[in-house]
Design a protein around this ligand. Structure first.
Ligand code: MN
Length: 283
């Protein structure tokens, strides 16, 4: 079994374990921690897959170790280019087991909206590899579907229209969004919404999940990153979970997700602390 990527949609298999990380923003140590969790499962013969929810890149550039504010969590240097390189190494070591979704920060490097607060250190630090990295960002899927009933995206599915799997697979990253305002890109369905939105109602998420469901697969939960929630995860609605693994997290609250792909998860109560939702720091 393998992760199958059909254009901008990743399809996870129906067996094995899936470990999921939220936003990292250049935190190489936390990336390596997720890698270690994946490797341990692999060595134990658990048939694991590793999914990142996007925003691997763009760490803090305006703070150093000496003026690092406490609200960001423990100090870390921005090692964004090393993370992308490590992702590529992992992908070649474990073909079809590693997947990263497109976040608004990866998108900003290939025509997505660019905000002043984004770090152009990335382009500086990765100048010699930038074209390679852009090719990588162009192929990152927008959503990941699991037969266990969960759909993953970087940001919340506050879509007002219905989209089929083929609609999502056909999304193009070629357009230049830089002339749009933040509000305009959030109105831009589905790409702007699924990389930028911080809030979806129960009905929005339900419409999204239902329009992707078919006779074979029924999707009941939307999981995204993008926002930092203090507790490590939030369940804003019965059909939505927000996961915060690294960025802007205090060490002991950093949370990752581990799913059994052969199970069915019907609503967010089935995602339990210390079972599916696990502390990164105890690894
Ligand atoms: Mn984001």
């Amino acid at each position: 079994m393998a992760i199958k990527i059909d254009r901008k949609v990743a399809h996870l298999p129906a067996t094995g374990k899936l470990v999921v990380s939220g936003d990292l923003h250049g935190n190489l140590q936390d990336f390596l921690c997720m890698e270690e969790i994946f490797r341990r499962l692999y060595e134990r013969g658990e048939n694991p897959y590793l999914l990142f929810l996007g925003d691997l890149i763009h760490g803090q550039y305006n703070y150093t170790k000496t003026n690092w504010p406490q609200w960001i969590g423990p100090y870390y240097p921005d090692e964004s280019p090393k993370i992308v390189e490590r992702l590529l190494e992992l992908e070649s070591e474990f073909p079809s087991r590693i997947c990263c979704l497109l976040g608004n920060h990866e998108h900003s490097q290939i025509g997505g909206i660019w905000l002043e607060k984004f770090s152009d250190r990335f382009e500086f630090d990765a100048a010699d590899r930038l074209e390679t990295f852009k090719t990588v960002f162009h192929r990152l899927p927008l959503v990941a579907l699991t037969p266990c009933g969960i759909v993953f995206s970087h940001a919340c599915p506050s879509l007002k229209k219905c989209f089929s799997i083929d609609n999502l697979a056909s999304v193009s990253y070629e357009k230049d969004y830089n002339t749009l305002s933040l509000n305009e890109i959030i109105d831009n369905e589905p790409l702007g919404v699924l990389t930028w939105s911080r809030l979806a109602t129960y009905d929005d998420a339900n419409r999204f999940l239902t329009s992707l469901s078919d006779g074979k697969n029924k999707y009941s939960i939307s999981i995204c990153g993008h926002d930092a929630v203090e507790e490590g995860y939030d369940k804003p609605e019965a059909n939505q979970l927000v996961l915060s693994t690294s960025y802007r997290m205090q060490q002991e609250m950093k949370t990752y997700l581990c799913l059994d792909l052969s199970k069915t998860y019907a609503d967010v109560t089935t995602l339990r602390e210390n079972h599916e939702l696990l502390p990164l720091s105890s690894q």
